[in-house]
Design a binder for this molecule. Structure first.
Ligand code: PLP
Length: 397
């Protein structure tokens, strides 16, 4: 008999972290593994941000911070929302948390009652489903396929809504597909949502600055949506600060104070020193992230051009984030050395063993026909990895 709670039994380990763990283990054994499994920029945190954190230590920002974040940081975030997204949040609408991941679970826990339905367009970021399960809500998945650039249509959304629908969670730019909803696509979805005043939306915009379309669109900025949207963002991706663990929301005062109440019991707020670093990031000219965005665009094009030469893969052209999400189902049923590949997970294990390249199965993101390739690594590593993948896949018969 397990001593652990039923709640824990329901949960699945994060597949992305699991793959990262497996590849670290193999690397530790001396194997030459190229890991394309994690959603993390390979660049360092900019020096001006590190210096702000060091200054924060010298200035004794070492006591418990306010649960919802330092006022000057929340003011800077409110300015960022106005400047970049046209959103009129005040510091009372903002809650700073230990990463966007915690911002999302705060919002889910604040809104979802047992049995409430939560619409999640598929493919989705791994943690959404698990968070809804923790809140004892019911996930309602809307499949978006590669033929529609992995984006859902207003008709699909309308058909998924029931009297029990409480929330929708999505990311744009999307992890894992790299798809970006345009302003008019969001407006079309909003037109459906606006007919249901009791439906809320978590708009996960953590990849806002890694967008190759030239324009980021925010759901909360659409007429009539502001009060029903929780806008999630953070510093992890744009400022290469994954380890600092700072994310934030902009939301109605009611939802913001609910999130504040929750994290007052869970964490007492985010690290004081990391908040000083995040303040420097928020006050910076957004142009500082431009070189990184350009580097990612170059890598995307490199990966797509190399994957073109791999028979059996079907790719779309991702317009944001740093992932390619090819359909790999043509390899299912094929074998290597008498061992059959039945699904994307087995294909990932084969590629880890044979090509020594770590990818993540699409199953974890709700699409078992695909695998996720992260291109957040050097061009040399990407070229080597794509060549290895091509050689290994050619062995499958
Ligand atoms: N949302 C998406 C779509 C992500 O890909 C990630 C991280 O991988 C997060 C949220 C969490 O970001 P953070 O590091 O701020 O917790």
């Amino acid at each position: 008999m397990t001593i652990l709670s039923k709640r824990l039994e329901l949960m699945t380990e994060s597949a992305t972290l699991e793959m990262a763990r497996k590849s670290r283990e193999l690397k530790a054994k001396g194997l030459d593994i190229i890991s394309l499994s994690l959603g993390e920029p390979d660049f360092n945190t900019p020096d001006f941000i590190k210096e702000a954190a060091i200054q924060g230590i010298h200035d004794n920002f070492t006591k418990y911070p306010p649960v919802n974040g330092y006022l000057d940081l929340r003011e800077a975030i409110a300015k960022k929302f106005k400047r970049d997204n046209g959103l009129n949040y005040t510091p009372d609408n903002i809650v700073v948390s230990t990463g966007a991941k915690q911002s999302i679970i705060n919002a889910v826990m604040s809104l979802v009652n047992v049995g409430d339905e939560v619409i999640i367009p598929t493919p989705f970021w791994v943690s959404y489903e698990e968070m809804v399960k923790l809140a004892e809500g019911k996930c309602v998945f809307i499949p978006a396929t590669i033929d529609h650039d992995f984006k859902i249509t207003p008709q699909q959304l309308e058909a998924a809504i029931t009297p029990k629908t409480k929330l929708m969670i999505f990311s744009s730019p999307c992890n894992p597909t790299g798809s970006v909803y345009t302003q008019s696509e969001l407006e079309a979805l909003a037109a459906v949502l606006k007919k249901h005043k009791n439906i809320y939306v978590i708009s996960d915009e953590i990849y806002e600055h890694i967008n190759f379309t030239g324009k980021h669109a925010s759901m909360a900025s659409i007429d009539g949506m502001f009060d029903n949207v929780i806008t999630v963002n953070g510093v992890s991706k744009a400022f290469c600060m994954t380890g600092w663990r700072i994310g934030f929301i902009g939301a109605s005062k009611e939802i913001a104070s609910a999130c504040n109440k929750l994290q007052g019991q869970f964490t007492s707020g985010a690290s004081s020193i990391a908040q000083r670093a995040a303040l420097a990031a928020m006050q910076a000219d957004p142009k500082v992230v431009e070189p990184m965005r350009e580097a990612f665009l170059k890598r995307r094009d490199l990966v797509l051009s190399l994957l073109k030469d791999v028979p059996g893969l079907k790719c779309n052209v991702p317009t944001g984030a740093f992932f390619v999400f090819p359909v790999v189902k043509s390899f299912f049923g094929k074998s290597f050395n008498g061992k059959k590949i039945n699904n994307a997970e087995e294909l990932c294990l084969f590629l880890l063993e044979d090509a020594r390249v770590a990818l993540v199965t699409g199953e974890a993101f709700g699409d078992p026909d695909c695998v996720r390739i992260s291109y957040a690594t050097s061009e040399a590593e990407l070229t080597e990895a794509m060549n290895r993948i091509k050689v290994s896949l050619a062995k499958l018969v």
